[in-house]
Design a protein around this ligand. Sequence first.
Ligand SMILES: C[S@@+](CC[C@H](N)C(=O)[O-])C[C@H]1O[C@@H](n2cnc3c(N)ncnc32)[C@H](O)[C@@H]1O
Length: 294
Amino acid sequence: MPQPQLEVRWAETFDSFGSLSEPHFRALSQLIEAQVGIKLPPAKRFMLEGRLQKRVRALGLSSIGEYVDALFHEDQFEDELVHLIDVVTTNKTDFFREPAHFDFLRHTAIPELMKLRGGAGRVHGLKLWSAAASTGMEAYTMAIVLDDMVRSGLRAEFRILGTDISNPVLRMAQKAIYDIEALTPVPEPLAKRYFLRSRDPSRAECRVVPELRSRVNFQRMNLMDATYPVDRDVDVIFCRNVLIYFDKPTQRKVVTRLCSHLRPGGFLLVGHSESMVQSIVPGLKQVRPTIFTV
Ligand SMILES: C[S@@+](CC[C@H](N)C(=O)[O-])C[C@H]1O[C@@H](n2cnc3c(N)ncnc32)[C@H](O)[C@@H]1O
């Protein structure tokens, strides 16, 4: 009966080229959880398979199986971990995402920190940190709000740090070039002041103005690391829409470490679906459902 045999062979070939086997999925999800803290439930197997197929093709390998074997056995695949992390992370972000946080920054956090930092005098070095910065929109939104406050009389200088684990998004953040549609949530006067539009009409792009770019630095950092190479007197930390991927013990460790980098009276802001951190990190004082102080 040649037909069934052929079918079996065809299926085997298809399998060997295209799919992510259950044991390989388990091995990869353990590796990813250990390295990045991101849990991949079994339902994510097909998402991972689809994304890995692209990576396997880009590397000129013949199958996902070959990719996984190389990842675990070849030394030079150390560097591949960075790409694997890019394959599994979600980088969705926006300017002025969760706008209430930026209202809080403008109307509550900065005025309170200014009082703590010296009343009427000029404050040097307000430090803000976007701790899962993605393509930089969060960090630049912080910079827009702060610069706008300075223009309205805030007597302070500020610096913004953006960190993320993913190299491609950090490169985009450094370039600060975005599709013009990304400006939709930015209030018109701020969009005009802080973005340059491409003169080439075929490129619907804009770029953050150099004066703002010079206030923001980006560097690679894994929130899973035991220590963070960041000052311990940060005024405001945004760590939004990343904790949700971690399990509870990891969330506890990350939030505790982040808080150890805040100055007394500083603020930590998490994503709207991440307010549960309060129940797992003792000593965190809640100001609003997603806003904490130490
Ligand atoms: C959904 S984006 C959130 C971006 C931004 N904070 C916001 O809310 O718009 C999540 C980001 O977290 C980053 N990320 C994931 N795991 C990380 C880790 N272990 N350390 C640092 N960054 C991580 C991803 O690369 C991604 O850019």
